[in-house]
Design a protein around this ligand. Structure first.
Ligand code: PEP
Ligand code: MN
Length: 443
């Protein structure tokens, strides 16, 4: 039986919604979105759910990655290609190391809205509304840019469509062939100051590919890649306008992305975000930060995964490197005891953010790695599956996180600090991270 999306849930408290100044313009934009084609098919969402079910069972690994905040200016062939390449390169390394398929999900083609801790931003005595993502207002620190503009929601839809189109072309058009991706990794190893460290793993992948070639024709799977799109389902007007009844099953799907997640600031059990997510059939992620409890996780399972369907629910923990080893075990133990089969993903970014001495919001590469290591340790100790990682990255050579083989220092951050929101791993740091996770499998 299909639930009705135009139902009462919209009257529930919804955190982090923009106070749009122009209700007529908003209505017009939402009508346009409601009559627009879906960005993804419901069947694709089901396929991702099946892939995530394999992750939940311990038979696959999830790599979810992309910008903190995509921007409309960032919708360029170069930036999208670089990001995709980086994610696919990481996935190639992880597939080999984990010896299981890697489910690739981008924080891409829809990650345009941001929750903010403060309504306003104050700089040099000037107070303006906070930037809430390109879906809502502009990043420039001036009054005109920061005006909330509902027309941006239709730009979000178009930017998502254009990005997704390129993602689909890139991943199925022969460009993502595993042999080519591995050649990029070869280049990375040759050029990285830490290259030697990764050389032997790269050589092992060479041998595995050579072995496959000598066995006969390579399977077609090697030439194409399954890639899924995800974003935080923050702006409920937008998400609801892109929610459709699936003609096959009668169920509702949010067709703005294959998977959507609920952020740390909007996961209230009695709030509109959880209610919305409960009504759609997509795979759902929920962020769990240091203020959450294992009982919150159980209550979220009851609301979002009452049928205990593996692959439906992904818990994305973001506890911080200093806490993960202490707090994660209780979550995993209680959830496992409840009988739910969720995906456990580690977001090592959001619990490790701080302001550097030079005034930039940054993250240390070693702290990021340490949270992932703690995540693996906890799961190994409990005999459960470290399902995957959720990271903020770009394929460009930015300087936003400190550390890594190129030893980006606080003083370097100003060189290429380009993020619209949180600091991202650059291409080289992202690949190093993949190689270092690969090493964890060997140890
Ligand atoms: C994010 O993923 O960019 C984010 C805002 O995370 P969280 O909800 O975990 O703070
Ligand atoms: Mn972020």
């Amino acid at each position: 039986m299909a639930a009705d999306i135009a139902d009462d849930w919209m009257s529930l408290p919804a955190a982090q919604q923009p106070a749009w100044p122009d209700p007529d313009a908003l209505r017009e934009v939402l009508a346009f979105l409601r009559s627009s084609p879906p960005l993804v098919y419901a069947a694709e969402c089901d396929q991702l759910r099946a892939r995530l079910a394999a992750v939940a069972r311990g038979e696959a690994f999830l790599l979810q990655a992309g910008d903190c905040a995509e921007t409309f200016d960032g919708v360029s062939a170069e930036q999208i290609d670089n990001k995709l390449r980086t994610i696919l390169q990481m996935a190639a390394v992880l597939t080999y190391a984990a010896s299981v398929p890697v489910v690739k999900v981008g924080r891409m083609a829809g990650q345009y809205a941001k929750p903010r801790s403060s309504e306003v931003e104050i700089r040099d005595g000037v107070t303006l509304p906070s930037y809430r993502g390109d879906a809502v207002n502009g990043l420039a620190f001036d009054q005109a840019a920061r005006v909330l503009d509902p027309h941006r929601l239709s730009r979000m839809y178009h930017a998502s469509a254009v990005t997704l189109n390129l993602v689909r072309a890139f991943t199925t058009g022969g460009y993502a062939d595993l042999r080519r991706v591995h050649a990029w990794n070869r280049d990375f190893v040759a050029l990285s100051p830490a290259g030697e460290r990764y050389e032997s793993l790269a050589r092992q992948i060479d041998s595995a590919l050579a072995f496959m070639r000598s066995c006969g024709p390579l399977p077609r799977e090697i030439e194409t890649v399954e890639f899924y799109a995800s974003h935080e389902a923050l702006l409920l007007d937008y998400e609801a306008a892109l929610t459709r009844v699936d003609s096959r099953s009668g169920y509702l799907y949010d067709v703005s992305a294959h998977m959507v997640w609920i952020g740390e600031r909007t996961r209230q059990l009695d709030g509109a975000h959880v209610e919305f997510a409960a009504r759609v059939r997509n795979p759902i992620g929920v962020k769990l930060g240091p203020t959450s409890t294992a009982d919150d996780a159980l209550a979220l399972i009851d609301r979002l995964d009452p049928e205990r369907q593996p692959g439906r629910l992904t818990f994305i923990t973001r506890m911080g490197a200093g806490r993960i080893r202490d707090v994660l075990p209780a979550f995993v133990e209680k959830v496992t005891a409840s009988g739910a089969q969720v995906v456990w993903a580690c977001d090592p970014m959001h619990g490790n953010t701080y302001e550097s001495e030079s005034g930039y919001k940054t993250r240390q590469f070693n702290r990021i790695l340490d949270e992932i290591r703690g995540f693996f340790e906890v799961h190994q100790y409990l005999g459960t599956h470290p399902g995957g990682i959720h990271v903020e990255l770009t394929g460009d050579d930015v300087t936003e996180c400190v550390g890594g083989a190129h030893e980006i220092a606080d003083a370097d951050l100003r060189q290429r600090y380009e993020t619209a929101c949180d600091p991202r791993l650059n291409r080289s740091q992202s690949l190093e991270l993949a190689f270092m996770i690969a090493e964890m499998y060997g140890s």
